[in-house]
Design a protein around this ligand. Structure first.
Ligand SMILES: O=C(CO)[C@H](O)[C@H](O)COP(=O)(O)O
Ligand SMILES: [Fe+2]
Length: 223
């Protein structure tokens, strides 16, 4: 299993002070920046694009930027995010006509590639591509909005993906996104996740350090 990563979703940050918010959450001990891109087409919400990713890099952010593309069609925007400083790019299989080609495109652009499975997406989308991936991102809410409740059936799904990753023998991260909080993160880690996205739980708290430390301690208690 990969070392624990806590990846705050900037969806719940104060966009009017984004650079400062990202600086603060990284200074509080977070590992990655989770960057949610919504197109008002694949999902019914509209957020931020490559220019904002580039602005964070110009602002001085050096941490990995984990771009979660909720964009359809997805391929055209991938080179723009790579040029803007993304390190990890994940996409939803429904948003790509050729999933294998999209994975290869992300890697050709020099980024780590992730596939995102919605709560109702069956695991067979991983057949034939798992070993090409650097990351499997399991959504534990339906994509489109922050602040939703964790869907409990995801726990069994995490266990099944953990088994598949372990059987592959590859260094593939298992990331969980949606409704992750200090009071459920231990169960999510126990099920087999190593990479944890949390938006509202972190940015909705007055003390980012306290909540990041609480989450890391909860994961460490079961790993
Ligand atoms: O991809 C997402 C929504 O589509 C977000 O990353 C996710 O919802 C994080 O927010 P929260 O921790 O508040 O659930
Ligand atoms: Fe996300």
């Amino acid at each position: 299993m990969q070392p624990t990563v806590i990846a705050p979703s900037i969806l719940s940050a104060d966009f009017a002070r984004l650079g400062e918010e990202v600086d603060n959450v990284l200074a509080a001990g977070a590992d990655w920046v989770h960057f949610d891109v919504m197109d008002n087409h694949y999902v019914p919400n509209l957020t931020i694009g490559p220019m904002v990713c580039q602005a964070l890099r110009r602002h001085g952010v050096t941490a990995p930027i984990d771009v979660h593309l909720m964009v359809e069609p997805v391929d055209r925007i991938i080179p723009d995010f790579a040029a803007a400083g993304a390190t990890d790019i994940s996409f939803h299989p429904e948003a790509s006509r050729h999933v294998h080609r999209t994975i290869q495109l992300i890697k050709a652009e020099g980024c780590r590639a992730g596939l995102v499975l919605n709560p109702a997406t069956a695991l067979d989308v991983l057949d034939y591509v798992l070993e090409d991936l650097d990351l499997v991102l399991l959504m534990s809410v339906n994509p489109g909005f922050g602040g939703q409740s964790f869907i409990d059936s995801t726990l069994r799904k995490i266990e099944r993906v953990r088994e598949r990753i372990d059987a592959s023998g590859k260094a593939i991260r298992l990331e969980v996104d949606g409704g992750v909080k200090p009071d459920n993160i231990a169960r999510i880690a126990e099920a087999g996740a190593d990479t944890f996205v949390a938006g509202s739980a972190i940015f909705g708290h007055a003390d980012y350090r306290q909540v990041v430390e609480e989450m890391r301690a909860a994961v460490a208690s079961v790993r």
